[in-house]
Design a protein around this ligand. Structure first.
Ligand code: ZN
Ligand code: MN
Length: 470
């Protein structure tokens, strides 16, 4: 019998706002001393009142729209009650039956073919604190408590571990594209829960699933699902498929899942409307504005770069994965730059420098360098040198060209002098060229370049040399 895997994901992504969801505490606590980014609100003291961050709501809505979802006209917050030491208030403020958005879809590419996964809902909620278990006891850090999260819930439309990973990566790109989340896996800004079940191929029915909790890397997402599919296949083949829903955890080192508990369901949480926060509403006009702000999605952009600018898939992916470089590239193209050298400079010079994000490079540097290149004033190696220098100093492209003497000599009189000298000096090579040896011409041009200390304009030298030897 053949079995089909039925996989759904829940993704929690941290919104990149300055403050937490319901208080003014700093939302960026990475590397901070434990319990230094806290206040009575995010520590769940009795009697405090939450105030919703506008920025978080804005970013969440953008995320919803970018994930193809509809913003619900009316939505509200609910209390999700459960007891856990990292949740001092005893409840999480989340959204239950009226999430701010629903019915989305994300299209991604699996080996060049489009796949679409439907999004059931996207809702907004606050994060809990962090527990660290050591041999001396358990430590609590509330810096993360109250951080704004979007929870993205998919339909069970994923069919393999590989698909799950590719889908999750596309979601990461979309969230970064709109600036909703940095979605940095290493900082725990994006975490996955995966629901996995099997069914005999051809059946439409859903069987009890296993939910794998808290996967925090693309690798563990892929490995945990693959493990779970294998485990469940064995159970099915033994005629003993699982009878009830369960929750498991993934142990990275052992590369296996372990049973945590029977799966909890909504009634376990005693949801009720959050009395301290007003309901939310959105108009059709606002929805349109969000759509405009989302603009072209990363997948569409990649495919456009491949089609219109002849980029290979790998380069298109590298470039479009960096929203800042996309902005530079688009600005240069809009100013008439040739796409090929413009993208080459970004891919081979800028991205080659690990510290490029903190560099002084601006869109104007790329625009000006591409213009100098197009006008024949600099060579392609000169262009690379200008960009590399601009990253360090921030000086203008023109200034760097002047300082470093990178301007190419296009003055025919001066070029002719060097060409004549070379022709006089290498009669044997010229004979070889006249015998049809193309390589000989490259050597002669190289000699001219040497004489000019790299400043001669190579296409002009080639043209002049060919004419003189014809
Ligand atoms: Zn706080
Ligand atoms: Mn959640």
């Amino acid at each position: 019998m053949e079995y089909e895997s039925v996989i759904g994901l829940e993704i929690h992504a941290q919104l990149s706002t300055k403050t937490k969801l319901f208080c003014g505490c700093d939302n960026d606590a990475f590397g901070a001393e434990p319990n230094t980014r806290v206040c009575p609100v995010c520590m769940g003291f009795p009697g405090v009142l939450p105030v919703l961050s506008d920025a978080a709501l804005e970013k969440a809505r953008l995320a919803g729209v970018a994930l193809g979802a509809t913003l619900r006209e009316h939505s509200k917050f609910d209390r999700k009650n459960y007891f856990y030491p990292d949740l001092p208030s005893g409840y999480q403020i989340s959204q239950y039956d009226e999430p701010f958005s629903e019915h989305g879809e994300v299209t991604f590419s699996v080996e060049g073919k489009h796949h679409t996964v439907r999004i059931l809902r996207v809702h907004l909620e606050n994060d809990a604190g962090k527990l660290t278990h050591t041999k001396d006891g358990t430590f609590l850090d509330f810096n993360r408590a109250g951080t704004p999260l979007v929870e993205i819930v998919t339909q069970p439309d994923i069919r393999s571990a590989q698909e799950a990973q590719l889908f999750a990566k596309e979601v990461q790109r979309i969230l970064r594209h709109i600036g909703a989340s940095d979605a940095d896996m290493e900082k725990g800004m994006m975490r996955f829960d995966a629901s996995v079940s099997l069914r005999p191929k051809g059946e439409k029915k859903l069987y009890p699933r296993t939910e794998i909790k808290n996967l925090n890397s693309f690798t563990s997402l892929q490995k945990a699902i693959a493990y779970e599919i294998k485990r469940q296949t064995k159970d099915w083949e033994a005629g003993n498929p699982q009878q009830s829903e369960t929750t498991v955890g993934w142990v990275d080192d052992a590369e296996k899942t372990v049973l945590l508990r029977d799966k909890e369901s909504a009634h376990d949480y005693r949801y009720f409307p959050e009395p301290d926060l007003p309901p939310l509403s959105v108009t059709q006009d606002m929805m349109e504005t969000y759509k405009e702000r989302v603009g072209e999605l990363p997948l569409a952009r990649r495919e456009r770069y491949e089609k219109d600018y002849g980029m290979n898939a790998e380069n298109a992916l590298c470039l479009t994965d960096e929203p800042k470089l996309v902005a530079f590239f688009e600005a240069a193209i809009a100013e008439g730059a040739d796409p090929k050298p413009a993208s080459n400079l970004l891919l081979s010079v800028v991205l080659a420098d690990a510290g490029w994000r903190g560099s002084s490079l601006t869109a104007q540097h790329l625009i000006d360098t591409c213009a100098l290149l197009k006008a024949g004033k600099i060579s392609s190696s000169g262009a690379k040198e200008i960009i590399a220098t601009a990253m360090q100093t921030g000086d203008s492209a023109q200034d760097i060209m002047d300082q470093k003497g990178l301007e190419q000599v296009s003055d025919t009189g001066e070029l002719e002098k060097w060409v004549d000298e070379v022709i006089a000096e290498f009669p044997d090579t010229i004979a070889e060229y006249k015998d049809g040896k193309e390589k000989a011409l490259q050597f002669l041009i190289g000699q001219v370049m040497k004489r000019s200390r790299g400043s001669a304009n190579p296409p002009m030298v080639m043209e002049m040399m060919k004419q003189k030897l014809a």
